[in-house]
Design a protein around this ligand. Structure first.
Ligand SMILES: Cc1cc2nc3c(=O)[nH]c(=O)nc-3n(C[C@H](O)[C@H](O)[C@H](O)COP(=O)(O)OP(=O)(O)OC[C@H]3O[C@@H](n4cnc5c(N)ncnc54)[C@H](O)[C@@H]3O)c2cc1C
Length: 441
């Protein structure tokens, strides 16, 4: 059986690894980019290579951790103590342990108790369906009060979703509470996070090597232009100007691509679901001689910064990984129609650098080794009210065409642990179909 996977992001490659290691099918991953990995890919920063966007592994990422073990990289996983900060009114506060959390100076005792109650309640809710019906703001205010919302939650939502946070349901913050607050190890109640030596490049190198060995293939620089049903069964894919036949096709790229390249006889997305909005991200990355922040994540409760958070990668990752240079990411999550997309990299760098100097008045541009602007247009599907009712199903009207992408994460945030969870569920559910009849090419 010959299977095509459209999209060589983390989803496509984990899927290829799982199918090729558990069935006798041959897999071809078709990826338009020149590197594997999509949003999780890596970048050459000059003296070192590291993740293009910031990625971290939390103790609750059990499926991801098992997967890393499965591909023989468990010994490459490095756990470190991580710090979370909060900036407001020209002051930085650490909220990295339960004690610091309780001492958070911007909230009074009653508000802190309400915050604690929200987190406690949130972490114990299992029925996310009821949370889909209420806006995140209404839910947080109902549980924790307006002051707690404004001082604590709103900046966090702003950091993740920008102004669009007003549209999402309570499921969004519930998944966040479940994932991140459990990152505190129960013994010390302190945050711990992990990375893989060499970053995600190590994972992608291993996956490419495994796939090659099993007779499967990752085809880079291969843009899928058209997917249509084949009259004799199976699916035809047009890429690089030629048409190739596959017995099965699994589509992992974002939905706007699917709408563009998939024949309506296969899956008429406009008739099957309501439009799903994605948020994108624009991120400035500074490589510096000195450290900028002790925090892995800094939430910003201040509207005067052009970015929505600060990720101090070098506060987590050993400096040998990055040639003794310090790496800091300054992301801004924005909607598809935001005017920031039209700005050049130079304009974005200039604007964001003003924000860096505002936040860190001691920052000296002479300490800057390089700066980079990375953009990703489709990152986070907006989990609006009753989101689970509008997402596409894995099964499509055509028996040889499947959809498996992050838009289907109805009760999780977009993260690589959920990617592994969904892939495993898919392969378990459809294993029989993925290794049945053999069709001539
Ligand atoms: C700023 C940022 C920070 C993040 N931090 C974390 C984190 O700390 N921890 C974590 O677990 N996750 C994190 N994530 C999420 C993680 O990156 C995603 O879960 C993951 O990358 C999703 O992978 P995917 O394969 O589903 O999608 P994508 O990575 O979007 O892959 C889709 C692929 O399809 C390809 N494609 C599109 N059109 C075509 C076409 N026509 N033909 C062929 N190929 C095509 C694209 O090039 C892409 O490679 C972060 C993401 C971002 C953006």
């Amino acid at each position: 059986m010959k299977i095509a996977i459209v999209g060589g992001g983390f989803m496509g490659l984990v899927l290829a690894q799982k199918i090729s290691s558990t069935t006798n099918a041959t897999v071809k991953v078709l990826e338009q980019g020149s590197l594997p990995g999509g949003l999780s890919t890596y970048h050459n920063y000059g003296a070192f290579t590291w993740d293009k966007f910031y990625h971290v592994i939390t103790p609750t990422d059990t499926d991801l951790i098992d997967f890393i073990d499965e591909i023989g990289l468990a010994d490459q996983l490095q756990w470190r103590r991580s710090l979370t900060g909060y900036y407001e009114n020209k002051r930085f506060h650490s909220i990295s342990s339960s004690k610091e959390f309780l001492m958070f100076p911007l909230l009074g005792l009653v508000d802190k108790m309400r915050l604690g109650y929200t987190i406690f309640r949130g972490s114990r809710i299992n029925d996310w369906k009821s949370l889909e019906k209420i806006h995140v703001t209404d839910w947080l205010i109902k549980l924790g009060g307006k002051r707690t919302y404004e001082k604590f939650w709103a900046p966090m939502l702003q950091a993740k979703l920008g102004e669009n946070h007003k549209k999402v349901s309570a499921v969004f913050i519930w998944t966040y509470i479940k994932r991140l607050f459990k990152a505190r190890s129960s013994a010390a109640q302190k945050e711990h996070m992990a990375y893989v030596n060499g970053g995600y490049k190590t994972i992608f190198d291993r996956l490419e090597q495994n796939l090659k060995q099993s007779g499967s293939d990752v085809m880079l620089n291969t843009e899928v232009q058209h997917i249509s049903p084949s009259p004799e069964g199976g699916i035809n894919i047009t890429h690089n100007g030629a048409t190739e036949h596959f017995d099965k096709v699994i589509f992992t790229s974002p939905l706007n691509v699917m709408e563009k390249v998939t024949a309506p006889q296969l899956y008429d997305i406009s008739k099957s679901t309501k439009p799903i909005d994605y948020l994108g991200v624009i991120c400035l990355i500074l490589v510096t001689k000195k450290t900028l922040t002790p925090f892995y994540v800094l939430n910003i409760g201040d509207n005067d910064t052009p970015f929505t958070g600060v990720i101090g990668m070098s506060s987590l990752v050993d400096l040998e990984e990055t040639a003794n240079q310090h790496v800091t990411y300054f992301p801004k999550y924005i909607s598809q129609d935001d005017e920031l997309w039209s700005k050049s990299d130079e304009e974005i760098t200039a604007t964001f650098l003003k924000g860096v100097k505002y936040l860190y008045p001691d920052f000296n541009e002479a300490d800057m080794i390089s700066s980079h602007v990375h953009r990703a247009f489709k990152v986070q599907p907006m989990q609006v009210l009753n989101y689970s009712e509008i997402v596409p199903k894995v099964n499509t009207p055509h028996p040889d065409f499947y959809v498996l992408n992050t838009s289907q994460f109805v009760s999780e945030s977009v993260n690589n642990n959920s990617v592994v969870t969904h892939v495993e569920k898919f392969v378990k559910g459809f294993k029989g179909d993925l290794q049945n009849n053999t069709t001539a090419n």
